[in-house]
Design a protein around this ligand. Structure first.
Ligand code: SF4
Ligand code: SF4
Ligand code: SF4
Ligand code: FES
Length: 909
């Protein structure tokens, strides 16, 4: 890297003193002079510089005078040096900058009236501030617009060749999809090879382009920037917590922009200095789900004619009457509730309070049960922490990042940028263990393709390596000698044959990874669905705790164990106590002191006894058994999520009352007795807690339809109707209540640092527990089902929500094809026109295939966002005995060629 950063966690650049406009300024030697000047509050014009990548020095705008130099100096490429005397203003500089603007305008058309950037254009601003009133020697290019990309149009008539788009794509995104390319004497920005742009469509190039040379197809010619109402809020897709600007006119969402833009190279830099400030394709181009025509516009109640529109008065009273009747006839435990972690903290809090206080049951759960609770429960149990341990800054500054079973650039692209930054800026070693050759594996220093589902074995192999290779931190283990002995004994019983067979990696590669991790002064572990959403997810995390503990990294600053929760507010769901085993603040429901505190605050006794408590899978079981008669689903769609073999349909069909509260009519909603239409996160106020524990504001960007209400309002109304007044007029009132119960939770701005406390665990339960964790050998691959079928996420989708966004469906439609390694396709002699029959113990279905060379041979993949064909119904559903987490995204299958596929082939046989 050229100029930035000069100070790293390992090397601190010396502080120097220089003078800017007569003011004495302190700076780190070697940083960009532009940065030093910006930090004094002065705004020097700049059109090609952006703090996220190295200075390019093309535009000639950032000129300053440095004493001793005859000509003005480009401050972005100049380094700060001790004793420099810098001047940033003056007629000479103004004239030089004006000349630069005039030069840019010679190759830029004055088509502002039809340009999307009109009113939000750096060149326009520069021309205005420098009083450029005449075009000097204009050379119009007369080029047709390049419309080959699905999302972005390139108008090279407007391009000033600043290079920002190319640089951010290469340096920050490390995708390198763009290049300068000379055609017929004119330099263009084109996709690599002058092809149609195929990239991750993060939109960073669009965001930093200082003019209207790159435009957004989804928002073109429908607004002028000043006509839009802009609301700063938090993205509702993944848990990265990106800040976004939803820009609307009337009831239409016109575009989403980000704090990252050409503007924040100076004034509002503080907003993005803590992070990248950009968005991924979901956040930037996946906004159409908000004002989708599929949104429900009124409540629906079941009549003889099916689901029929009803008034809110009728619908809510029906829900109230039927809940009251069921409770009176069968008791509170005949009712249960499930809520999505796409709701705000305030809604999640109110939901669990509603279920516990108004209904009087502890049968409640959230979508965090689908995996994140494996991580939280294991980390709470072993280390006393209930969320990801590392901050974004810790990831960036780690010397080693160990990525296990996490396709981070697909599931959490902006957290993925932190790993890229660690690689690119600080030269970190990045070890990636995954059965798929992921994007981060392609960039990482140590990519390791392991067996599908081999993550748990890889982790065990790391622990064994650390013990065998004596990579142990003596100080860390000395305080818990019996626990360490027990671990050594347990790991000694584990053979390398089992590890190699289970992990699908060589002994040498596992040992090498263990050395890299153990010997690093700062090492961060990031695990994803391949760890937490697998049958041994809870155990896998405990084994990672072993690894971090014995290498001295469990309590060491800058180190940490982290997972990537799926939905936007899974951490919030856990923190708000939406789980039968947890109270708000992650206190244990079984802890009498914690219960007493909540009971005092709520002035009521909490439900008690095992009959009153049930998690997701227990709730479905009780529905099937007829014990639970009414199920209240808030944004949850278990019919579309769980495999058929879990018995989810039988459970739902047995109910006397199924209430679905959702923005859309879902598969589960079609079975409901009452459907209540609710707002998305773009239409309500509240907060989300991101994966690093930071609480971010969610703000209402628009009101689409007054018949559609936020979830919290419905809980409050129902509570009051059922005799427990819930007088909240706004989410702020709920927030005040949470603040009293959980002081310090609303740490807006900063995630509270976590310190692991494993002492109790190592002293008490450990010796007994560890004995069983390293024992069994890898299950043999069944001879009649040699392939591993994996369902997982892709970049362009998130859960099922993104399938409602037309922009994302355009980028990644459901092709209904099974992705297989080309070698497997060749071995089975399957061509594109052919179908395959895929068979698991749960049934068969027929579908076409497509080649994906990134997969491990012997594995196949289908995106979990789509249910057509119903691949999920081939899956096993294995419930973790400790955490109740159901896992159902990996199974063994047979695949056979069935000849030319026809549309009608796609069905479960
Ligand atoms: S959208 Fe993102 S990935 Fe695609 S070219 Fe622009 S910066 Fe690169
Ligand atoms: S397209 Fe925009 S960002 Fe890219 S070089 Fe041209 S003006 Fe600069
Ligand atoms: S989906 Fe995640 S990474 Fe993408 S913009 Fe939203 S919060 Fe950021
Ligand atoms: S040359 Fe410095 S900002 Fe462009």
């Amino acid at each position: 890297m050229a100029l930035k950063p000069v100070t790293t966690p390992d090397v601190e650049a010396p502080t120097i003193e220089l003078t800017v406009d007569g003011e004495s300024v302190q700076a780190r030697a070697g940083v960009s002079l532009y940065d030093v000047i910006s930090q004094t509050g002065r705004i020097v014009p700049a059109m090609c510089y952006h703090y996220t990548f190295d200075p390019f020095g093309s535009c000639g705008m950032c000129l300053v005078m440095v004493e001793g130099k005859k000509a003005p100096v480009r401050s972005c490429t100049a380094k700060a040096e001790a004793g420099l005397i810098v001047r940033t203003e003056g007629d000479d500089l103004f004239a030089a900058r004006k000349k630069a603007v005039e030069k840019h305008l010679t190759i830029h058309p004055l088509d502002c009236p039809v340009c999307d950037a009109d009113g939000h254009c750096e060149l326009q601003d520069m021309a205005f501030t420098h009083g450029v009133t005449n075009l000097v020697n204009p050379k119009p290019k007369g080029l047709p617009e390049d419309r080959r990309s699905l999302v972005l149009d390139f108008n090279m008539n407007r391009c000033i060749l600043c290079g920002e788009c190319i640089n951010i794509c290469k340096d920050v995104q490390m995708i390198d999809a763009l290049q300068f390319f000379k055609k017929e004497g004119v330099t263009h920005v084109v996709a690599k090879g002058d092809n149609a742009l195929e990239c991750e469509f993060c939109g960073d190039c669009l965001a930093v382009c200082p003019v209207g040379a790159i435009t957004n197809k989804y928002s073109k010619y429908i607004y002028k920037p000043w006509q839009l109402k802009k609301t700063v809020t938090t993205c509702g897709y993944c848990a990265d917590g990106c800040q976004m600007h939803i820009e609307v006119s009337g009831r239409d969402v016109q575009r989403v922009t980000s704090p990252l833009s050409w503007k924040n190279k100076w004034g509002d830099r503080a907003e993005t200095a803590e992070g990248h400030g950009g968005l991924c394709v979901l956040g930037r181009f996946g906004f159409q789900y908000i004002d989708s025509k599929e949104r429900l516009a009124a409540p629906l109640v079941r009549t003889e004619d099916g689901l029929t529109p009803a008034s809110w008065y009728d619908a809510i009273n029906l829900v109230k009457d039927r809940l009251a009747t069921i409770k009176a006839q069968h008791g509170p435990n005949a009712i249960a509730g499930l809520i999505t972690a796409r709701c705000t903290n305030e809604e999640l809090y109110l939901f669990q309070k509603f279920m516990r206080v108004v209904i009087g049951t502890n049968q409640l759960d959230s979508s965090a049960r689908y995996g994140h609770l494996n991580f939280v429960r294991a980390m709470q149990h072993a280390a006393g922490v209930g969320r990801m341990m590392s901050s974004y800054a810790d990831i960036t500054k780690a010397k080693v990042v160990l990525v296990i079973g996490a396709d981070i650039t697909e599931t959490n692209p902006i957290t993925g940028l932190r790993v890229k930054e660690a690689l690119r800026v600080y030269g970190a070693k990045v070890v990636v263990a995954d059965s798929t050759v992921t994007n981060i594996a392609k960039l990482g220093s140590h990519p390791l393709q392991i067996a599908p589902g081999g993550e748990g074995w890889f982790i065990k192999g790391l622990v064994k390596s650390v013990l065998d290779e004596d990579l142990v931190d003596e100080q860390a283990v000395s305080t818990a000698a019996p626990a360490f002995d027990a671990l050594k004994q347990a790991a000694a019983g584990l053979s390398w044959e089992s590890i190699i067979a289970g992990a699908g990696a060589t002994k040498e590669s596992i040992i090498e990874a263990a050395h890299i991790y153990a010997e690093a002064p700062r090492a961060v572990i990031i695990c994803g669905h391949g760890v937490t959403q697998r049958a041994n997810g809870y155990e896998n995390i405990l084994n990672l705790v072993d690894l971090a503990w014995v290498t001295g990294k469990l309590t060491k600053p800058g180190c940490g164990i982290n997972d990537l929760p799926e939905e936007a507010n899974e951490q919030g769901a856990v923190d708000m106590g939406v789980a039968p085993e947890l109270l708000p603040g992650q206190a244990s429901y079984a802890d009498s002191e914690a219960r007493a505190k909540v009971e005092r605050a709520w002035k009521t006794a909490l439900p008690s006894g095992s009959a009153a408590s049930a998690n997701l899978m227990e709730i479905l079981e009780r529905c099937r058994a007829g014990q639970i008669k009414a199920l209240y689903l808030v944004g949850e769609n278990p019919l579309a999520t769980l495999p058929a073999g879990s018995g989810v349909r039988e459970a739902l069909e047995k109910l006397e009352l199924l209430i679905c509260q959702d923005p859309y009519l879902t598969e589960t909603g079609r079975l409901a007795h009452v459907v209540l239409p609710v707002t998305t996160s773009a239409e309500k106020d509240g907060t989300f807690t991101d994966l690093q524990g930071k609480v971010n504001r969610v703000r209402q960007a628009l009101e689409l339809n007054e018949e559609v209400r936020p979830d919290w309002e419905i809980f409050a109304a129902l509570g009051s109707l059922l005799g427990s007044p819930m007088d909240y007029e706004h989410p702020n009132a709920i927030q005040s209540e949470i603040m009293k119960l959980l002081p310090g939770y609303y740490n807006l701005g900063e995630a509270r640092p976590l310190v692991a406390r494993p002492e109790q665990y190592l002293a008490n339960d450990y010796v007994r527990e560890v004995a069983t964790r390293y024992g069994a050998g890898a299950a043999p691959v069944p001879a009649d089902r040699p392939f591993t079928l994996i369902m997982g996420q892709v970049l362009y989708h998130h859960g099922k929500l993104s399938t409602r966004a037309s922009g994302l469906i355009q980028l990644y439609p459901n092709k209904g094809t099974l992705q297989m390694h080309p070698d497997d396709l060749a071995r089975l002699q399957v061509e594109a026109k052919d179908g395959v029959r895929i068979t698991s113990v749960h049934g068969s279905l027929e579908m076409r295939t497509e080649a994906n060379a990134n997969l491990a041979p012997g594995s196949c993949f289908f995106p979990e966002h789509f249910n057509e064909p119903p691949v999920k119904d081939l899956m096993d559903c294995i419930v973790d005995p400790t955490t109740g987490v159901p896992t159902f995204k990996l199974t063994r299958v047979a695949i056979e060629k069935i000849g030319s596929g026809k549309e009608g082939d796609r069905q479960v046989l």
